[in-house]
Design a protein around this ligand. Sequence first.
Ligand SMILES: [Fe+2]
Ligand SMILES: [Fe+2]
Length: 250
Amino acid sequence: MIRIAAAGDVHASEATRERVESAFARVEAEADVILLAGDLTTTGEPEQAAVLARACEGLSIPVFAVLGNHDFHAGRGEEIRALLSDVGVHVLDRSWATCEIAGMQFGVVGTKGFVGGFPGSVLPDFGEPLLRQVYAETTHEAEAIGAGLREIVHCDLRVVLLHYAPVEATVVGEPQGIHVLLGSDRLATPIAECGADLVLHGHAHAGSFEGHIGQIPVYNVAVHVTGRDFWIFDLEGARGRSEVEVEGPA
Ligand SMILES: [Fe+2]
Ligand SMILES: [Fe+2]
């Protein structure tokens, strides 16, 4: 069994330093791996990322993260990525990583995801080049998810880590008019095709906790949704079979 501690939208800053540091120190003893679903900072300033980096520095368990839209706001996403990488955080961007935990191969495909909406209200691939570029960006994200899942097909457990939502169920609670900005069902297509054991995302602070892509469970782990610093998932894995137990708050 692998125990995952997941959190999205930590939005670290100097103001939350104490809380962030104590949350990470506590969860280290309770989990095998930490997954961070983007919006690591408040407004994308490297000083804010440094707060999170300090909390992750020296942890004995692996940390995987994706960036969120807030982490790009100051145009300093690369610096944020570097700060976190320097302390050993695996920042995934249209990429994947594996590690061995409890004798099992654990694989994560990570990318930010992007906008586009859900059936009934989707951004079309039509018209002005700028709009079509937005559509194409989501296409590239979806392709990366598929490519990553094919690379980690051998793993006992496969997780997809995103910031934007791949299903509408987990953004329900947010105003309907902004669902198009909270994710895209096109991100779900490669997950449905390639399979995964667990999908995590954040971004929709007022969204809902639980959704699914076919039989694959999807959770919005934004801390505003879970109401906790971390949510713990127990994954029991074996080739061709896995069970996710929603363990509860940490
Ligand atoms: Fe956020
Ligand atoms: Fe966000």
